[in-house]
Design a protein around this ligand. Sequence first.
Ligand SMILES: [Zn+2]
Length: 371
Amino acid sequence: MSEGIPDLPAYDDAALDKAFATLEAQAREAAAALNDETAVEAFRLEWLGRKQGRLNEVSGRWLKAAPPEAKKALGLRFNTLKAVVEQLLESALGSVQYGSGGDAALKAEAIDITLPGTRRLTGAEHPITRAMNEIVTVFAALGYSVGVGPEVETDFYNFESMNFPPGHPARDTQDTLVVANQERRPLRDRLLLRTHTSPVQMRTMELQPPPVRIVIPGKVHRNDAADATHSPIFHQVEGLCVDANITFSDLKGTLDHAMKALFGSAVKTRFFPSFFPFTEPSADVQISCIFCGGKGCRKCKQSGWIELLGCGMVDPAVFAFAAEKQPAYDSKKISGFAFGMGVERIAMMKYGISEIGSFYAGDMRFLGQFV
Ligand SMILES: [Zn+2]
């Protein structure tokens, strides 16, 4: 409790500083111990009370006894001390009213700002979409535009107009998923799930005379059993270029450039005779193995080459179907080439994926690698 106010031994600065510092230390110590409103009120009375308050006592005894030349120095220190005590009182009052007493209520209302928020995942292209876009971009830079068409096609566009006549054995190479209950329709009108994106070649030629340069990215369906490298649904990018004087050299130059753009400038291409009903002559294209650079490894079965796409010069029979609606497709005046590649196969090579099923499983651990 109250310790008496001692008499000042002297009025010089050092003596005043020491005397006021002692009082301030006492006030701070007392204020720190205040823990309820009663104690705070006692503190107020002890220090600021009008009659018995210690500051009143200081003012009465020290100021009045001081010689005139010390009154100013004393007064300044007194005012400072009074301000300190008032400040201590105010914060003590605040902490007993809101600090300990209001703690529970405040805590109940509190928001934990250290809690991590709900993070929204950033969307990203699916690796198939990404590979498809990369392929399309390569050809877009060569002046190709993008063609699209329906996934449910007629027999005419999917087969007949692509020079797969009814009953032709080449149809057997594309196990086809057909729409049921169409036996009454003529064969060419029957619906099926397109087995390749080639029908869009015919649909495009029917709509516009040459020249034509299009790439056709899209989904195709075949009744294939799924395994590590096959899926009944997959994606292709096909291309078609028709104009006067298009030659096989144009085809080779275009595809060589495209493969270098997709897999790196060191990649070489080579062409082998092949067969597709809608091209004549037809070729399979191999690229030098991107894994071993052509030396031979497990991925290329030690051959140094990987077969990647099919191509050829557009068969005059295909132009003949187009000419039914666009007479300018006269194979005596124009020529063209077509090519097609599997997007999954290219994506698997580019991104080092060994299971085609990874693309469709929807596993975020797999897909997250492409963000
Ligand atoms: Zn290799």
